[in-house]
Ligand binder design. Sequence first.
Ligand code: NAD
Ligand code: ZN
Length: 343
Amino acid sequence: MKAIVKSKAEPGLWLEDVPEPEIGINDVKIRVLRTGICGTDVHIYNWDAWSQSTISIPTILGHEIVGEIIEVGSNVNDFYEGDIVSVEGHLVCGRCRNCLAGRRYKCANTLGFGVNTDGGFAEFMVVPYTNIWKHEKGIDLDVAAIFDPFGNAVHTALAFEVFGEDVLITGAGPIGIMASAVAKKAGARHIVITDINPKRLGLAEKMGSVTKAINTKELSIKETQKELGMVEGFDVGFEMSGSPVALRDMVANMAHGGNIAFLGIPSDPFEIDWKPVIFNMLDIKGIYGRQMYETWYQMSVLIETGLDISPVITHRFSYRDFEEGFEAMKTGDSGKVILDWEH
Ligand code: NAD
Ligand code: ZN
């Protein structure tokens, strides 16, 4: 089968012929239909320091996947050939304290498809049946391909109550933009999203769920609060940029007793002024992955009841043209980029 492989310890990815994976008794085999490219894939493409210390050669990339089941293992019930399923990108151990307590998303031994083990940038993929989510018939396949990052957005946006609250989102990447749509649907009052890239802010506006999309190089969050008639600061913050400046800005603009859900991954350790966290009694919660499978249930219900995240998809390519997809990602201006494995 064809697969996009990190097969050399240098920048780049290579479309190669590799053997089809073998199915085990607890697995399903899927024909991959669409995949999304994640920022993580770009790090691996570029072969940065993190990738060099994390990725074994060779590894098939890809963890944003939708496919059709073509075979089920002998131990698998409830999934059938023809089912359209998305893949949960985190593999959990099932044996640690959190897994045994039913908190699988907090597994102490989490591994990632396409990072720690072969992923789904391939014509076929084998996945444990505990790692898939079945879609209703008629789901938009491009949307189903990005359930993994959509899940990051939903997990973060619903980490704290947002009904009637003012929400600050730092980072208008695809995840920040999808989170704005979820917060809106969950009943937030003002939703302010920040970025330093005008193209990303334009995409956030196109999604139609933000009160204001601001470039913090031109307008401060404080001034924006004033314009909106806010007096006490934001009730809920979603940090979705990984930028130290953005987290500091957020902490300085929260209401007393405010809640911060922290998803963005900073590249290096950094300092913040902890005094407002203490004196303003802020809660900061780290968010990783998606709740298995409560977040997935919420995603399906959000889509079923009319949430449209498709404006965040800006590029679509055949897998054969994956280099163009990565080029689009590298500009930093794109939304989600989809690779089509059928055409
Ligand atoms: P992205 O890199 O596409 O978007 C981040 C955005 O933040 C960019 O548009 C960038 O211009 C903006 N930004 C940079 N500095 C800023 C600043 N000072 N103020 C405001 N915005 C600023 O990323 P994404 O795919 O949307 O993901 C969002 C973040 O979440 C990334 O940091 C990613 O690594 C992280 N992530 C975390 C998890 C998890 O499970 N915790 C999963 C996926 C992604
Ligand atoms: Zn575990």
